[in-house]
Design a protein around this ligand. Structure first.
Ligand code: GLY
Length: 356
């Protein structure tokens, strides 16, 4: 089974979603490269599990440890130095094989090496498949903030093979579901004038999702990416519409930062962020009680429970103010305002304080 989506930007590219064997993936990579020299940037876990199956040549591979902490400037320089030592020129390519961390850092390296070379995304986690591998956001973190240095730089192609999910642990699979659920709460804003049913599909299809049923997973990835493509093709550089993809992320980034990326996976943090804004939206009368209930029940169905926030609101707010989403003295939140719709609000520190 395979689905091909096109991302219609200036630099148009295709996304292949499939459950075919790794030999097909290998030939697809070679075909996309058309003889370009390459450097694979691969997560340690993925290299161990799939290095042989994918016939990776060790000389062309840079293995990086797993975890958000690795999305740092030191590893970025290691990629650049490895590319240089392999003699990669502007005509060559970097291939990101791993989760969101690998995709972001390898993409950032590709966007800056010799002022920009091709890169191909091969996401191996659900989170990277439904979100970070598509849309061209690349970045590294500094201790001051996540994704503080980065670029918008579109890949040459994205190859999504859901067989990688067979070895993805439950925690990481759930983390990806946090981002999948996000799309359900924004879908009507992503594409207007169409009836969209991700919210309902996820509500009814929970069991099949947890079974990792191939057809269901491919459908969900395709659904999320069609929504993302629609948004990104209208607003590639996040000047407006693309901000809706940040639903749940204002609190999520603060929670991840305050806990040093040790307590929450990204998707768990996003789910907490969505609960937070659902509470706000309901309290302000922006959404009905029935939608509020359906929304929290949907999150609960996928194992996300609203947690009492134990961290100091002052500290969380101070982190939020340093986020890219902050604007002078206001903090930007994307909040639900109708069924499957959201809007951006700029809140004062005091208003955010009242939300805790
Ligand atoms: N992950 C949100 C975006 O790509 O804009």
């Amino acid at each position: 089974m395979r689905q091909i989506l096109n991302v219609p930007l200036n630099k148009e590219y295709k996304i292949v979603i499939s459950d075919e064997g790794f030999d097909t993936l290998k030939s697809e990579i070679e075909e996309a490269l058309q003889g370009q020299k390459k450097l694979f940037v691969v997560s340690k876990k993925v290299f161990k599990l799939y290095g042989k199956k994918l016939g990776l040549n060790k000389d062309e591979v840079l293995v990086l440890p797993d975890g958000e902490k690795e999305k740092n400037i030191k590893n970025y320089l290691t990629i650049i130095q490895k590319a240089e030592s392999l003699g990669l020129t502007r005509d060559d390519a970097i291939i990101a094989l791993g989760g969101g961390v690998i995709g972001d850092i390898a993409g950032f390296a590709a966007s800056t090496y010799m002022r920009g070379i091709d890169y191909i995304q091969i996401p191996t986690t659900l989170l990277a498949m439904v979100d970070s591998s598509v849309g061209g956001k690349t970045a590294i973190d500094l201790k001051e903030a996540k994704n503080l240095i980065g670029t918008f730089y579109q890949p040459k192609a994205v190859f999504i093979n859901i067989n990688f999910l067979k070895t993805l642990d439950k925690k990481q699979f759930l983390s990806g579901l946090g981002e999948v659920l996000k799309y359900a709460f924004i879908e009507e804003d992503c594409i207007s004038g169409q009836n969209l049913f991700l919210f309902e599909y996820l509500t009814l299809g929970c069991e099949k999702v947890f079974e990792k049923d191939a057809l269901t997973i491919i459908r969900i990835i395709e659904y999320c990416l069609n929504l993302k493509i629609a948004v990104v093709s209208e607003d590639e550089k996040e000047a407006g519409l693309r901000r809706i993809l940040n639903l749940g992320h204002t609190l999520a980034h603060a929670l991840e930062t305050i806990t040093n990326y040790k307590k929450f996976t990204h998707g768990e943090a996003v789910a907490q962020g969505i609960f937070f804004v659902l509470e706000y939206a309901y309290a302000k009368g922006l959404i009905s009680y029935s939608y509020y209930r359906l929304s929290t029940e949907l999150l609960n169905k996928y194992g996300f429970k609203e947690k009492k926030i134990k961290y100091s609101p002052e500290e969380l707010i101070s982190i939020m103010k340093h986020d890219k989403k902050a604007l002078q003295d206001r903090i930007k939140f994307i909040i639900p305002c109708d069924r499957k719709r959201v809007k951006e609000v700029l809140l004062t520190e005091d208003e955010v304080y009242q939300m805790f």
